[in-house]
Ligand binder design. Sequence first.
Ligand SMILES: [Mn+2]
Length: 357
Amino acid sequence: MSIVMNTHVSLIGAPSDIGAGTRGASMGPEALRVADIRSMLESQGVDVCDRGDLRGPANPVQGPVGGYRHLGEVTEWNRTVHDAVYRELADSRMPILLGGDHSLSIGSISAVARYCRERGRKLRVLWLDAHADFNTNVLTPSGNIHGMPVACLCGYGPKDLIEMSGRVPAIQAANIRQIGIRSVDQGEKRFVHEVGLEVFDMRFIDETGMRQTLANALESLDRDTHLHVSFDVDFLDPEIAPGVGTTVPGGPSYREAQLCMEMIADTGLLASLDIMELNPSLDLRNRTAMVAVDLVASLFGKSTLMRREPSQAPSLLRAARRKPLTSRDYSPRTNCRHAAGRLRRFLDRHAYQPGRR
Ligand SMILES: [Mn+2]
């Protein structure tokens, strides 16, 4: 498939932890900016427009009502996210939502679903997460709506949230692939099976490998498919990504996650993205934000698109302005080695000390 990804990207900050149990994801957008998400994207040859942060209600920190915490505020935030994401899509730009907790993907993906329906495009959602996020107000132990976005998008949830795309359900379960799942509540598990959600859990990844997992998850895509990635940072193993509210051990390693992102990049179909649940108050020297940004670089073709002739020119030209190019800049092998060296230095600098949290 020789499809060139949309290289006009808009960053949309959604600084809210309204749907989460632990506060702090509201600081996620700024942490991603501090970790230089913009210049990383630009170094991949992407034109970036940072739309700044959306605004919405503050977190009132209240208990559940009818099985939902902060339903009114969550709805208001999601409407704002929906409109902002839809605006970028209509403007032929690729929206990147900087979360914010994962409940805000209801608005983001509702906008994507609306856009695809209007344009007659197929939709595939890759949900990278430790959790299935398929709770309902009856099943949920906590009432936190960040555990419910996939159920809402599939039509199970409060009216205002499930109708956001203009049609119920916003998406079919058959259009979703979940990857990295390793923590599912009992009732939620039964419901996931009932609905027939395709889940590539950690057991599957351990047994078949990330390569086969992605080959399955990306099966039957074609050039008419809009590929949306919803990246919950808790997808990653807490060893490399401690800065999230709901860590679950036993997640993908850096290398597995990188392969996952590179294989998505290879399709050339990525058309919208959420980066969710980053919680700087639990992070160590912004380390998780930097890992997330580094993985998003892979999602935008770092070390894969560089090998292709047409897309090589802009990024190399940009690099040439910073320093003289040598033959090493052109070699995929040395690029890999540079990346490995960079990661090693990065990890040395920000050595993870267990127990410090
Ligand atoms: Mn999630």
